[in-house]
Design a protein around this ligand. Sequence first.
Ligand code: MG
Ligand code: ZN
Length: 377
Amino acid sequence: MKFRVLLSCLAILFFSCTPKSNSPQPATDVVVEFNPPQNIILMIGDGMGLTQITAGMYMNGNKLNLEQFSVVGLHKPYAFNDLITDSAAGATAFSAGVKTYNGAIGVNADTAHVQTILEEAEANGLNTGVIATSEITHATPASFFAHQPSRNQHEDIAADMLKTGVDLFIGGGKKYFDQRENDERNLMEELRKSGYVIADYFHQDFDDSLKMDPQFNFGYFTANDKPLPVAAGRDYLPYASKRAVEFLDQRNPDSGFFLMIEGSQIDWGGHANDSDYIVTEMIDFDQAIGEVLKFAEADGNTLVIVTADHETGGYAINPGSSMDTIIAGFTSGYHTGTLIPVFAYGPGSELFNGIYENTAIFDKMRLAFGFDKNEVN
Ligand code: MG
Ligand code: ZN
């Protein structure tokens, strides 16, 4: 395979960082040298702007695993039809490299299907996975394996899971698979028939009672509907992330993998203008980052990217705050339009320096995998 040939040598690639969309930035030619990674793990903290990161850091004893990342960039999160993106357009920019309309799941501004990085990884023989602390059919994870004109089509998104062949998924939303309102299908059974080991129960904390045999695909439901917040007892994300990277690494040791891990509820804390909710979800997500970094450090062949789709709440740390008490301010109960940080670790991380469109994260991941070395934005 192309990417494995590339692995044996140091790739020196020339590319133009001209954005596809109407950015005011002039085109510049950039030369980046990097060792192509075998695996890419994209971690998305939904609604995780700089203030969410900062508050989580102070409230965690002034430290985060995020501080281990050597490369930090910024992306421009706006959507095709709105300066303020939602999580569907935001995730589709990462998954498929297109600016699309708010609500779009794996489709472009004309509602045409666009191939995702996860699907391209599958097509190239890599193993793939998605993990979320929302429903697995929620906008962010859905945008990696589904193609639907609206994020509200949870049952259609669930059915798309069967088309993509994701090797591993962990998240909530079991009801969209086996208690469907729009048809009689039982997607749990259909997934089993197509080679998945699937729990027929759910447990708020991911556990190993369901065997993750790397010769089968694996699906695990953590909730019938939405998983609980950390503050209400959910704690599966760090452990599920650790087990998922081990599973994908063992599934076929000769090929790499692509895994998307979402800390979904940082955003929900922002919508609720609830600083404690944001902080607890941020620290949980950072613990998952720590587990992933342990694997990446030992493996040496894994690119880890951590970013957010957008900021939520217009969250601020106001005067009077201390290391252990955040006096929070909020400007909105929705998302805001600020630049979003991108952290990268491992081979290929050098590609993520600078300021670029959110869609460039897709191009840079493809470039790192060696899927296409001539196109990057
Ligand atoms: Mg999300
Ligand atoms: Zn949101």
